[in-house]
Design a protein around this ligand. Structure first.
Ligand code: 3H9
Length: 714
């Protein structure tokens, strides 16, 4: 292969003349992102090929397995880098020699836009094409909105750009976004042959910008825009880019190409500069960063080919589903046959529902369930490589289970507990092999929720921690490393901001107002709705457990206890903070709750006051940032971004806000501290500022500065 620039060890673009076809390959690992060096090299390669006498047509492809993962997200915010991607795309489309894109692997965002600016496209059947920009708070900004609408029509274009979903080459062919598919491998060879054919015909290159067919305001295109706008109001509440995507598609239908491009560019740049984009991008990078545990660099993971699950309740069954879905066999242990049958039934039900919804074939379900087995004796775990205990949350119960595991499991078996708050050091110390004991804290429903807290007790060996992270990858979870403390990262911060909410409710805010303010902030449901969903009895048990150790200076609000004493535990009892008539999942406000709250205020001698939405949000966010800073001080979380990932994937924190720590940076840590100092005047115990937060403000630093600290030092 002839290399264009021999002075660079890994040139960002390589080219090769095959007969009369100039093959230009993007060569920028790991995902062929379109960084400025790549764009520059591509522009030069296209111009050279156009001027080259021997070249009759050009094939554009990606070196390695992918076409391109899109614009280089790490270059966002750097201005003035030339050529811009829209300019490069325009130059490719304007080429007087036919350009054929050969698409394999991922072809996303700006990469897809690059391919759409070519005159023809060939894709591998299993290539993955899409516009993920919306998931980064962006929109396609290099003609994607204009060209995809012209090629596929408004409905498919909107679907792709608003969902961010990836489609296979086959589907792209059906939508008219590619011209041909190639069964497997050899896309570039097929594209070269196709380019030769096109060149032999000597036709004028077909330019998507000139396509008008089907564009005129047809009823179906118009309706697609209208429907998308109606749905977006609810689905993308508070977000910027989805609405601009719809505007851009509307512009593609009704204005000339160049005008549509101006509209797209303006909105793209606005989205690029927005805090929402910064929040989304932080979330994207954080979820990749958390997966790189320090132990993965220093230790080799143990092999995990089979898994045991202790307990067939909701959590145990959910974990079993998650493991089975990842292709591993599961042995479930329950205390008796009846409990085992219930656990088996719960697992079977989930896969049965997937069959009913068409997500799984009946035969596939049989195949998955054939990997499930159950037993009432721990000896059945003799050969498994990893066990996850999901038994009742009680230290004595856990210790009994672990004694059995110690007796029956083979040497080297990883022994994990799914406890939400119990001291894993104590569990580990109770058996003969504490180095094998780790916490794998799943979130309910375990087969759906992405978060997996990997809780690292003092004596665990590094290879067990590395195994936990590798196992999370197999389960397609987002693993976050946490230290041992009551509640680890997530439930500890949750407990703190729930206190802030309890105080506001007793001081005058309606529970429904609190929920609405946080929904408007971007949460899918309010914290009290979430409590109704998970069950008020869980928090009640925690409060009782902590009663003995509670600091007498801590203010205690009894409202939630009054609900629990009535047996109002939320959705499962038909009543909690809301009423759920006839098994409904959407709660309705309950006047009796308002009365209970009022009575409690009187009992506590509180004169209620009004709260603005903004104060509700400020108090909740300040409580999260302050407790987050504390767990950083204690080393429970490695970095602020680990806390962000926990809340994004386990607690519904709005992704466009980036997580509680990133959001605090957005507000400004000095402002957060000022809020805390103001709240401290009323409750000096609860609102003590974290020393870390104070010192960061003093030094003019933010949480992000701690994300950059090298992990290797830990
Ligand atoms: C865009 O294109 C805007 C245009 O419309 C308009 C322009 C004017 N840039 O995920 P992985 C890194 S917006 C830079 O673990 P996988 C990633 O951070 C962009 N770096 O691998 C990681 O780095 P590290 C639209 C990127 O195989 C490494 O690559 N495109 C980019 O599981 C491996 O990533 C997107 O939104 C990038 N674009 O998945 C695509 N992408 O090793 C976003 C990845 O240091 N990317 N990296 O942690 C993805 O969805 C997945 O990364 C992908 C590969 C499917 C490509």
């Amino acid at each position: 292969m002839r290399v264009v620039n021999t002075t660079i060890a890994h040139p960002p673009v390589t080219t090769e003349l095959r007969g009369k076809i100039r093959v230009i390959a993007i060569n920028h690992a790991p995902v062929n992102a379109l960084s400025s060096v790549v764009r520059e090299a591509l522009l030069r390669a296209i111009e050279l090929a156009e001027a080259e006498a021997q070249c009759a047509a050009i094939v554009l492809c990606g070196a390695g397995t992918d076409f391109s993962g899109g614009a280089d997200i790490r270059e966002f915010g750097k201005s003035g880098l030339q050529p811009t991607l829209p300019d490069l795309c325009a130059r490719i489309e304007a080429s007087i020699k036919p350009v054929i894109a050969a698409i394999q692997g991922v072809c996303l965002g700006g990469g897809f836009e690059l391919a759409l600016s070519a005159h023809y496209r060939l894709a591998a059947e299993d290539a993955r094409l899409g516009f993920p920009e919306v998931l980064l708070g962006l929109m396609p900004g290099a003609g994607g909105t204009q060209r995809s609408t012209r090629l596929a029509g408004a409905r498919p274009a909107l679907d792709l750009m608003l969902s961010g979903r990836q489609i296979a080459g086959r589907e792209a062919l059906g939508l008219g976004l590619v011209d041909h598919t190639v069964p497997d491998g050899g896309v570039t060879d097929a594209a070269v042959a196709y380019a030769q054919e096109i060149a032999d015909k000597r036709g004028v290159p077909r330019r998507t910008r000139d396509l008008v067919a089907g564009l005129a305001q047809t009823e179906s295109n118009r309706l697609a825009v209208e429907e998308a706008r109606a749905k977006a109001g609810q689905k993308f509440r508070g977000q910027f880019s989805p609405f601009r995507i719809i505007d851009a598609v509307e512009a593609a239908l009704s204005t000339p190409f160049d005008e549509g491009m101006v509209n797209e560019r303006g909105n793209f740049l606005e989205a690029l500069a927005s805090p929402q984009r910064a929040g989304f991008m932080h979330a994207f990078l954080a979820e990749r960063e958390v997966a790189k545990a320090p132990e993965m660099r220093i230790a080799t993971q143990r092999s995990v080919a089979s898994v045991g699950v202790i307990g067939g309740g909701t959590m145990g069954a959910g974990i079993a589903v998650s493991v089975l879905s990842a292709g591993l066999p599961v042995v479930m242990i329950e205390r008796d046959e009846a409990a085992l049958a219930r656990g088996h039934g719960l697992v079977d039900k989930v896969f049965g529902e997937n069959v009913a919804k068409g997500r799984l074939g009946a035969e596939d379900k049989d195949q998955v369930m054939s990997r499930f087995s159950g037993a009432t004796r721990y000896e059945a775990l003799a050969d498994v490589d990893l066990v996850i205990e999901a038994a009742y949350e009680d230290m004595d119960v856990k210790k009994q289970v672990f004694a059995e595991l110690d007796r029956c499991c083979k040497p080297g078996c990883v022994l994990a507990t799914n406890t939400s708050y119990l001291d894993i050091n104590e569990i580990a110390a109770s058996i003969s092999r504490p180095e094998d004991v780790i916490g794998l804290h799943f979130f309910s429903p375990a087969n759906i929720m992405k978060l997996l807290e990997i809780v690292v007790p003092a004596k665990v060996s590094a290879d067990v921690v590395a195994t936990g992270f590798a196992f999370a990858k197999v389960l397609k979870k987002v693993p976050v490393r946490a230290g041992v403390c009551d509640g680890f990262i997530g439930n500890r911060v949750l407990a703190t901001y729930r206190l802030a909410i309890d105080y506001m409710v007793e001081d005058g805010a309606s529970p429904y107002h609190v929920d609405k303010a946080l929904r408007d902030f971007g949460y899918p449901m309010g914290p009290l709705q979430a409590s109704d969903l998970s069950g008020g009895d869980i928090g009640w048990a925690t409060r009782k457990r902590r009663a003995v150790t509670r600091d007498p200076r801590q203010r205690y609000v009894q409202i939630a206890d009054r609900l629990c004493e009535r047996g109002w535990f939320g959705q499962k009892t038909g009543r909690g903070w809301y009423q759920y008539p006839h098994g409904s999942r959407i709660g309705v406000p309950d006047p009796e709750i308002e009365a209970i709250v009022e009575a409690e205020r009187q009992r506590a001698g509180i004169t209620p006051r009004a709260f603005e939405d903004s104060e509700i949000v400020r108090r909740v966010m300040a409580a999260m940032a302050n407790e987050g800073a504390r767990i950083l001080e204690e080393g429970i979380a490695l970095r602020p971004l680990d806390i962000d990932a926990v809340f994004l994937h386990g607690y519904g924190f709005p992704r466009h806000r980036g997580g509680p720590m990133h959001y605090a940076d957005t507000v400004g840590l000095a402002n957060v501290l000022e809020d805390i100092r103001e709240f401290e005047k009323d409750d000096a115990f609860f609102w003590r500022p974290s020393p870390l937060l104070v010192s960061l403000v003093k030094e003019g630093r933010d949480f992000e500065s701690l994300n950059r600290s090298p992990l290797d030092a830990k």
